[in-house]
Design a protein around this ligand. Structure first.
Ligand code: S3P
Length: 439
């Protein structure tokens, strides 16, 4: 496998207006619901990253005609709820946990068998969180002994609705069960211990499928259908987070991030950075395709360490690598608790970030469910991103406040969520270059 290496010149600042990569969560769901709908769904702003393209390829393999993506435009000829066909072989979902967990729910309800496989990272991630409740609904799914992929899903099972309280706050588990619930007999209800992203519920409604929401519970009745629609995918706040942090920490920065999705279930990073003292404003707030969108202006400001409120954790779950870099540049101590989920993302993000920050000379103490970071002066060094896109991009931004060069290994997976990160970051002022090296 190739090793994509990022090399960062220390210092600099970020300036300009930019639109970061499109939302990954919404892009995945646009393909899934578009494929199951009656009629043609037109998507604009689809994320052409490896993860959402893996979902697209999986539906093509199940007989769905999909045109594009071409400059973010995708046209999906929906096959209806019963129209998917058996794929010719295993569906390879690469690095994408969202694809695997959501598809597990959908495919558990089909008439045919499927096998889901992924890369080394995805093959190590916990899947029992979806296979257990699906089994209770009547699904038959084989996993490895450790409860990981490959998943072999037996088709032709009769699913019954369940009322399920998730043990962890996970939008992937919730969405998986709602997808299975569309096919199940009766009602499927999912309760969450903390608020998680609600793109599935919003998009189901946009496709004309009734969803009942009541506090931390969401229910669907099986047996309905989806009507094709148009979907406009906003920029991904999780990708914006790197620029928010970069601009916050680098003196003299002033950035306008355009058309960013600011769904209330995703804006924990804004709340956390503001609590740390960031100078951040939401402009031009509007609705686009059923999702709230805004332009975000951010200018550098001195940051201070905080205790991050636990209820913000699921609302910022993907943004912690970037937030940890902000914490390393803040005055004082930042404490995160209640975030054990970070240990089972594309990498163990608590360990990967603690290791990298320590290499850069920052005191970062990992705990079972979080981390304690003492703000300080970042030096330079060579860091392993562990093939995790968000670790790579977070440390790239750290260079803005470093005294020496930072080199980051295994940045290949930045392409899963933010294929033009290097170009956009360089155009905004980050001293970044990327090279492919043999392993
Ligand atoms: C996602 C949900 C989150 C997030 C992931 C995308 C989604 O995972 O980390 O990047 O699209 O539903 P969990 O729901 O497992 O926390």
């Amino acid at each position: 496998m190739n090793n994509t290496v990022f090399r960062l010149r220390p210092g600099g600042r970020l300036r300009g207006r930019l639109r970061v990569a499109s939302d990954k969560s919404i892009s995945h769901r646009s393909i899934m619901f578009g494929a199951l709908a009656e009629g043609v769904t037109e998507v604009e702003g689809f994320l052409e990253g490896a993860d959402s393209l893996a979902t697209l390829a999986a539906f093509r393999a199940m007989g769905v005609a999909i045109e594009g993506p071409e400059e973010g435009r995708v046209s999906i000829q929906g096959v209806g709820m019963q129209g998917l066909r058996p794929p010719p072989g295993p569906l390879d979902l690469g690095n994408s946990g969202t694809s695997m967990r959501l598809l597990a729910g959908l495919l558990a309800a089909q008439a045919f068998d499927t096998t889901l496989v992924g890369d080394a990272s995805l093959s190590g991630r916990p899947m029992r969180r979806v296979t257990e409740p699906l089994t209770r609904m009547g699904a038959r799914i084989d996993t490895s002994e450790g409860g990981t992929a490959p998943l072999h899903i037996h088709g032709g099972q009769h699913l019954r609705g369940i009322d399920y309280e998730m043990p962890m706050a996970s939008a992937q588990v919730k969405s998986c069960l709602l997808l299975a619930g569309l096919y199940a007999e009766g009602e499927t209800c999912v309760g969450e211990p903390g608020i998680t992203r609600d793109h599935t519920e919003r998009m189901l409604q946009a496709f004309g499928y009734p969803v009942q929401k009541n506090g931390h519970r969401v229910c669907v009745q099986g047996g309905g259908g989806l009507r094709a629609t148009r979907i406009q995918v906003p920029a991904d706040i999780s990708s914006a987070a790197f620029f928010l942090v970069g601009a916050a920490i680098a003196p003299g920065s002033d950035v306008l991030l355009q058309e960013v999705g600011v769904n209330p279930t995703r804006i924990g990073v804004i709340d956390i950075l503001q609590r740390m003292g960031a100078d951040l404003t939401l402009l031009n707030q509007r609705m686009a395709g059923g999702e709230p969108v805004a332009d975000i202006r951010i200018r550098s400001a001195p940051l201070r360490g905080i205790a991050i409120p636990e209820e913000l954790v699921p609302l910022a779950i993907d943004e912690f690598p970037a937030i940890f870099v902000a914490a390393a540049c803040a005055e004082g101590t930042t404490v995160l608790t209640g975030a054990e989920e970070l240990r089972v993302k594309e990498s163990d993000r608590i360990q990967a970030m603690a290791d990298g920050l320590q290499i850069l000379g920052i005191e970062a103490r990992p705990t079972a469910d979080g981390i304690v970071i003492e703000g300080g002066q970042l030096g330079g060094g060579r860091i392993d991103s562990q093939h995790d896109h968000r670790i790579a991009m977070a440390f790239a931004m750290a260079a803005l406040r470093a005294t020496d060069e930072i080199v980051i290994d295994h940045c290949d997976n930045v392409a899963t969520s933010f294929p033009n990160f290097v170009e956009l970051a360089a155009a905004s002022g980050l001293g970044i270059s990327s090279r492919e090296m043999g392993q």
